[in-house]
Design a protein around this ligand. Sequence first.
Ligand code: C5P
Length: 264
Amino acid sequence: PSAVAVLTAAGSGARLGLGYPKALAQLAACSLVGHAASRLCASGEITQIVVTAPREHLEAVTHALDETPGLTVPWRVVEGGPSRQASVAAGLAALVETMSPSVPYDVVLVHDAARPLASPDLVRRVVAAVRAGAGAVVPGLSVTDTVKTVGPVSPSGAEGEGDSTGSVTGSPEPSLEQVTGTVDRTPLRAVQTPQGFRWDLLLRAHAAGHDRAHDEATAATDDSSLVEALGEPVFVVAGEAGALKITTTHDLAVAQVLVSSSAD
Ligand code: C5P
């Protein structure tokens, strides 16, 4: 049996504002997608990688991977879809095409190019947990911020209660939201990728997710939620701070610091 990976890189990266896909952003002379793919390879666990790319950037993503050192397993680039969920489904379909009956896949990882520094150790931890019997595994970190729920400012909430400085009177700024509660953070986990699954379970989860006819706005933002929707258990292994998700230029600057101080 072999473990294979879908690496999603078909997002636009609009919030990074580069004018080209985030996966092609450079981090210490390598693209984000290259960093993610080479760490998957360095785990020694993955035998094949399918990368999803935007249609108009298939060649650029292929070129970026051609330039990446350390890609020691077969990889190819396929066209993604309008949502992350659709892109993963396209990656899975490509893997189905190449599966040989003599070497079936037992584990599939789904990883985001947006988390370029997820370590080979983390990859191994996720694969090992799936092989130990957990059908679906996500890396998770405790939440350190205090988390609030918010809603629109209610008319009565805008009044203020006779603030002695007199600085909060009348209507608040239109941009304000009003806190409606404080969440107990003890049971919260911020989950990362790579997420790992028994091959047949993820196929079933995506088929059911597709049948629910998601559009872009309601598509799942990770794969484990599709497994949860089947009523199947999902397990958490320790995540890592270094597997941060690159969304903004601030995140890219943090990753730059991390990559220049890391050994791998
Ligand atoms: O946009 P966001 O950073 O949440 O995307 C998470 C991951 O999903 C990224 O690696 C992105 O390239 C990928 N993605 C995709 N297809 C889409 C949207 C996002 O492969 N349609």
